[in-house]
Design a protein around this ligand. Structure first.
Ligand code: SDX
Length: 425
């Protein structure tokens, strides 16, 4: 028997359907609310509002659960590869060996980026932030692939997916090469996806290059952990832009811009800068904890807190463990790891953080690993974007396949009532 919610407003009582998901989450369906009552709901930041139903990712913020297509993030991080998880997120099932090999081969058909794209990146100053360059280059891909994707045509959709995965990785690394003044590298179709990331980033024409398998393995795991996260800010942006039937590249480009913000994906860079500041300041974590709690101080403990997780972010647990392993294996002794652990330990017993259920999130430890792997700080959010790409594609595809209406929220107007025009000149 389907549940209903009763709402009484302005003396009128209405019944609204309740929908329940496969993990027993419930929502009041307000599709007919305005027609029935003239009222809308108001929820800045959408803290209580669902934008869609989705079969891709499930997370439980209270229990610290994260699953892609029903598989736990712990299992996927330990047992799968990033290309395998990308396939799972986008097509809904883990690939067979043959499907994975075909997916890899089909991606490799599109790994050459149009040479004219170099004219665009040459227009940027070396000092341009990689995320701004990546967003622009992603949007520019439309110029070289102008034909709109017919999402109803499986073959066209599949080709657009392979093209996006192939080219996004190359242009993402070009943003780093540009800041370093290095020549832009080409994808090497004899190597794997994550190994290619390393050679695209670090191979120099002056000598041979071989990626360290420990680093490739650690990055593969990190990309998996960033794969998708239901309706976060950047993914909601990708769905919103795509809902106007804008193209996949344009929608992903918008997602890159949303991810850039320090409250979202940009937090991994902000965490490192915060830890370096604390380290330079003598490592006094208590002083910075006090700043984070001081309402008059804009300082926040970056990498802490989450809109949904009111428990440990399961990804943070895995990344923290990986940070220890990677730094030990590489023989890196980074003082900021100790500072991060000291901050975490202090926050986990501090009333301010405990009462607000502020725990380390995915961004708190990831930057420490990236730094140990030789990734520069202002590339950290580009790393997040590379990991999140399959999630953005999966969510965009689901939104279009579900024929969702164009996103267009309502508002409550609080400005001037009608007034007669009287010039102030
Ligand atoms: C990501 O949504 C996703 O899924 C995102 C993500 C993904 O995979 O896509 O998980 C990736 O974006 C992780 C979050 C990265 N951002 C940061 O680490 C930035 C620092 N954290 C915050 O700014 C904050 O916690 C947010 C933005 C993450 C969440 O903000 P909310 O849900 O809007 O919560 P809020 O700002 O209303 O905070 C509630 C209270 C406030 O105090 P009071 O007004 O109740 O007294 O907690 C305080 C805040 O001041 N607070 C913090 C804090 N985070 C929240 N105080 C100090 N330091 C912090 N980090």
């Amino acid at each position: 028997m389907s549940k209903i919610a009763t709402l009484e407003v302005d003396g009128q009582k209405i019944e609204l359907p309740v929908i329940t998901g496969s993990e027993n989450e419930s929502a009041v369906d307000i599709n007919k609310l305005r027609d029935l009552t003239g009222f809308i709901t108001l929820d800045p930041g959408y803290k209580n509002s669902g934008s869609c139903t989705s079969e891709i990712t499930f997370l439980d913020g209270e229990l610290g659960i994260l699953r892609y297509r029903g598989y736990s993030i712990e299992d996927l991080a330990e047992k799968a590869s990033f290309p395998e998880v990308s396939y799972l997120l986008i097509f809904g099932e883990l690939p067979t060996a043959q499907q994975l090999a075909q997916f890899d081969a089909d991606i490799k058909k599109h790994t050459l980026v149009n040479e004219e794209m170099k004219n665009i990146i040459d227009g940027f100053p070396k000092t341009a932030h990689p995320m701004g360059v990546l967003s622009a280059l992603t949007s520019a891909l439309t110029a070289f692939n102008p034909k709109a994707v017919n999402v109803e045509n499986e073959k066209e959709m599949y080709e657009a997916i392979c093209k996006t995965i192939a080219k996004f990785l190359v242009i993402a690394t070009w943003t780093y090469r540009k800041t370093m003044g290095y020549p832009l590298n080409y994808y090497d179709n004899t190597k794997g996806y994550v190994e290619n990331f390393m050679q695209l980033m670090f191979r120099l024409p002056t000598g041979p290059y071989a990626a360290n398998p420990i680093i490739v393995n650690a990055l593969d795991k990190l990309f998996i952990l960033h794969g998708d996260h239901e309706q976060n800010c950047s993914t909601s942006t990708v769905r919103m832009v795509g809902s106007s039937h804008a193209g996949l590249f344009a929608s992903i480009s918008a997602g890159v811009s949303a991810l850039w913000g320090p409250l979202h994906g940009g937090a991994n860079q902000a965490v490192l800068e915060m830890l370096e500041e604390i380290n330079k300041d003598g490592g006094d974590t208590d002083k910075f904890m006090a700043k984070a709690k001081d309402k008059n101080d804009p300082f926040r403990l970056m990498g802490f807190g989450h809109r949904v997780y009111k428990n440990f972010d399961p990804r943070a647990r895995i990344i923290k463990k990986a940070a220890d392993e990677v730094l030990n294996t590489l023989g890196v002794d980074d003082p900021i790891l100790a500072i991060a652990k000291k901050l975490e330990a202090a926050a986990l017993v501090d009333e301010y953080f405990v009462s607000r259920k502020l725990y380390p999130n995915v961004d708190f430890y990831s930057g420490i690993i990236y730094r140990a792997l030789g990734i520069p700080t202002d590339m950290f959010t580009v790393m997040f974007a590379i990991g999140r790409l399959p999630g953005w594609i999966a969510q965009w595809k689901e939104m279009r396949e579900n024929k969702e209406p164009i996103g267009r929220p309502r508002q409550i107007y609080t400005g001037h009532p009608l007034r007669e025009f009287k010039s102030n000149k």
